[in-house]
Design a protein around this ligand. Structure first.
Ligand code: DI6
Ligand code: FE
Length: 401
């Protein structure tokens, strides 16, 4: 069905800029944008339907390109303990931290994981999210990583949004492998990744490169296997220290390196040359009360593409609003509202390998967009969360509110 959407302004986000079209018209057909431009330039079209958007601002559907939305339990109890003065180390010694989420995730059935993840994803969707990345990484064995990735696929089957599933088996060392990190990496490379990839459950492969997780040499083994399987890679890098994981990621043409507070200028140069997107995660920075800021100036100077995501996870960023992340990115990282919006549209799409089909309003791209009742695009980064009035269109069809 061909639809004409009119009486709107568009922030098309082409090339990461607002690229505003005032008094725009959009023609969609078969789930794609067939034409977009100033209404005055629209040639007569045979549209089955014409929709008046009441001079709303249309942006691409938002893309949350880094989430751990599937997990069992939550860690609000640890949050409360920490605020009563119990240290992180004490909590970890009591079996808390990531280990407690691994236990809860392993104990949960696939249906239970689906039900809790669906609620969180629906919260993100209320912010206009139409594409989402979901990582595994709380199962840490074949059966439980498979369970998490199957939930990611089911989210896409049962909710009106696109989901990319990322295998993050190299997130933490499972208790069965205590003291044997290299053996766990061998298990990931020889057993887990080949099996999960063969089942069609993996769109990309991620790892956590940090002193308290895996070394660059261990991460590299995972990357080599991912490439053998034809899968693109991503990396959690430079969150708490500088191991140059982001340069390693660039050497493997990673789609993205994420966090990056401790990255260096050399890392930025390597990422720019490889086209590896910098995914900044201001929710984790805020929640952990970090003080080392990502090097915005170096990223800009070298032309690294910058994305922004929720990092939704139970330990370090229980963030259920992507628009809140826009505000935190602007307030704490000094991003401009235009950079922040590009970070959840244009460059979030690139960070998921979807840059050709998603992330901007252009003829030929998927017709995922949001018509916001706002005064100007900066409103999206200005309000601290809340529910902005909007109409969400996914593959050319308006979702009911
Ligand atoms: N970086 C983080 O901050 C989280 N994982 C990661 O790779 C921590 C996840 C958790 O604490 O559950
Ligand atoms: Fe993460």
């Amino acid at each position: 069905m061909r639809t004409l959407w009119q009486h709107c302004h568009a922030a098309t986000m082409v090339d990461g800029r607002y690229a505003i079209i005032e008094d725009a018209a959009i023609v969609t057909c078969a789930g794609l944008i067939e034409w977009i431009g100033p209404r005055s330039e629209l040639r007569p079209v045979e549209a089955e339907r014409t929709v008046d958007l009441g001079y709303a601002w249309v942006t691409p559907g938002l893309i949350d390109c880094h989430t751990h939305a599937v997990f069992g339990g939550n860690r609000s109890g640890e949050f409360e303990q920490r605020l009563q003065g119990v240290s992180y180390a004490e909590i970890a010694a009591q079996g808390g931290g990531i280990a407690s989420t691994v236990r809860a995730t392993r104990a949960a059935s696939e249906d239970e994981l689906f039900a809790s993840a669906r609620q969180r994803v629906q919260a993100l969707m209320r912010d206009g999210v139409t594409t989402l990345e979901v990582k595994s990484g709380y199962g840490l064995d074949l059966a439980n990583e498979r369970k998490m990735l199957r939930v990611a696929r089911r989210l896409a089957d049962e909710l009106p949004l696109a989901v990319r599933a990322t295998c993050l088996a190299a997130h933490a060392l499972p208790p069965e492998y205590a003291g044997r990190a290299d053996d766990y990496i061998t298990h990931i490379c020889d057993e887990m990744l080949p099996a999960l990839a063969a089942e069609g459950l993996v769109d990309a492969v991620d790892a956590f490169c940090e002193h308290l997780a895996f070394s660059p040499a261990q991460v590299e083994r995972v990357f080599i296997k991912a490439h053998e399987l034809g899968l693109p890679v991503k990396l959690h890098a430079e969150q708490l220290s500088s191991l140059h994981g982001s340069s390693l990621a660039a050497r493997y043409q990673a789609l993205s390196a994420d966090h990056l507070e401790f990255m260096t200028e050399e890392d930025a140069i390597a990422m720019a040359a490889a086209g590896t997107v910098a995914v900044l995660l201001p929710g984790a920075f805020y929640f952990l009360r970090e003080t080392q800021l990502p090097p915005m100036e170096a990223l800009r100077r070298h032309g690294v593409k910058i994305a922004l995501a929720s990092d939704l996870n139970p330990g370090t960023s229980p963030g259920l609003s992507l628009r809140l992340m826009l505000n935190i990115g602007c307030t704490l990282f000094r991003m401009t509202p235009e950079e922040a919006l590009a970070g959840v549209t244009t460059y979030a799409a690139t960070a998921l390998g979807l840059g050709d089909s998603h992330g901007s309003l252009e003829a030929g791209k998927v017709a995922d967009f949001v018509a916001w009742q706002i005064e100007r695009p900066a409103d999206l980064a200005y309000w601290l969360g809340g529910d902005l009035p909007k109409r969400v269109v996914r593959r050319g069809h308006e979702l009911s509110n």
